[in-house]
Design a binder for this molecule. Structure first.
Ligand code: PHE
Length: 339
């Protein structure tokens, strides 16, 4: 019996395991109900009295050794990696969180792409501007309300310096440098002194367009804008031009598109008119051409300007402008696009 115990001890010493299952089998073999130790304890009764002490000690020694060995083996094995067969090592890793483009960028890029197909280049200019480029060169009379502190952010020390209220100022800069043909759009950030609400913000984005050449007509303006509306909102969209006023265009108009939500039948978004206003446009006022040293007898031009937030609101049916500025990931990740 003593020899048997020594043999078990020797075997246990040499045992090694790489999975928790193997360790469990090892444990059951020795310590389980029908295990070797239980057998040894059973046969302990037959051990002659004079050997009982020595055999008893050996059995206890073996039991302790096995118990410690099981603990030791368990601690060297990480169940997740090697020990647990339920871990499927062929499964793909957890997905990486990918960002999405901001809806304003998606729509801006799409507008740029649509006008790019019509041959419009992109021009950019400063956000901090002077009175000349934002107002005077665009034929704003001195008493025009946009020049009021209520509408425009001025620099206190110098009322000639202001934050641009539209990107038409970039087009003035283009006209200063280039002679027709000019065909360009200017996307960018603009600033107006307005209280922030669901429908207005003091910072927003615009794309304004300018096309000056021989014989540019109102028909060109209408066709250009119809093309844009169809590319942006789908082939079924209809447009409507309403007479309006801007200091830098004559005649001037505002363009509506047929309501994308009710299809023109009338709903609360279009206030039951079937139409949604989307941009301002017109034929460049000859004064503006002359201010910028372009011969108004030789050339005519068309111009238009739209708010990117507004186009995005209509395209994605976003009801509150403030969502664009909060950068809440739950809002942002809804917009996946090829742009
Ligand atoms: N600049 C005008 C605005 O900011 C838009 C516009 C551009 C209107 C060109 C007519 C022609 O609202």
């Amino acid at each position: 019996m003593l020899q048997n115990i020594d043999r078990f001890l020797e075997e246990a010493r040499r045992f090694n395991a790489s999975t928790s299952e193997e360790i469990e089998q090892f444990r059951i073999k020795y310590l389980g109900k029908k295990g070797l130790l239980s057998d040894l304890f059973k046969s302990f009764k037959e051990v002659p009295v004079e050997q009982k002490k020595e055999v008893g000690q050996k059995i206890n020694q073996l039991k302790q050794f096995i118990t410690e060995k099981v603990e030791e083996l368990m601690s060297t094995i990480s169940d997740d990696v090697a020990g647990d067969n339920s871990a499927d090592l062929t499964l793909p890793g957890p997905p990486l969180q990918l960002g999405a483009r901001h809806p304003i960028s998606i729509v801006r890029n799409q507008i740029i792409e649509i006008f790019g197909r019509l041959g419009y280049t992109i021009s950019e200019g400063p956000e901090i501007e002077d009175d000349w480029h934002v107002f005077s060169a665009l034929n704003f009379p001195p008493e025009h309300p946009a020049r009021d502190m209520q509408d425009t952010f001025f620099i206190e020390k110098d009322p000639d310096i202001l934050l641009r209220t539209h990107t038409s100022s970039v087009q003035v800069r283009v006209m200063e440098k280039e002679q027709p043909p000019i065909r360009t759009i200017s996307p960018g950030r603009v600033f107006r002194n307005e209280a922030i609400s669901a429908r207005a913000h003091c910072i927003f984005h615009q794309v304004e367009g300018l096309y000056i050449d021989d014989n540019v007509s109102f028909a060109d303006l209408k066709q250009t804008l119809l093309y844009f509306a169809r590319e942006m909102f789908g082939k079924k969209v209809e447009i409507r031009l309403r007479p309006s006023y801007f200091p830098f265009t004559e005649p001037s108009a505002e363009m509506d598109i047929s309501c994308q939500i009710c299809g023109g039948k009338g709903c609360n978004v279009c206030k039951y008119t079937g139409w949604l206003e989307i941009l301002g446009c017109g034929m460049v006022d000859p004064n503006v051409l002359e201010f910028n040293h372009i011969d108004s007898k030789k050339y005519t031009g068309l111009a238009f300007g739209m708010g990117i937030e507004r186009v995005a609101m209509l395209k994605y049916q976003v009801r509150d402008l403030r969502l664009y500025f909060e950068n809440d990931i739950r809002f942002l990740k809804q917009f996946q696009a090829a742009y």
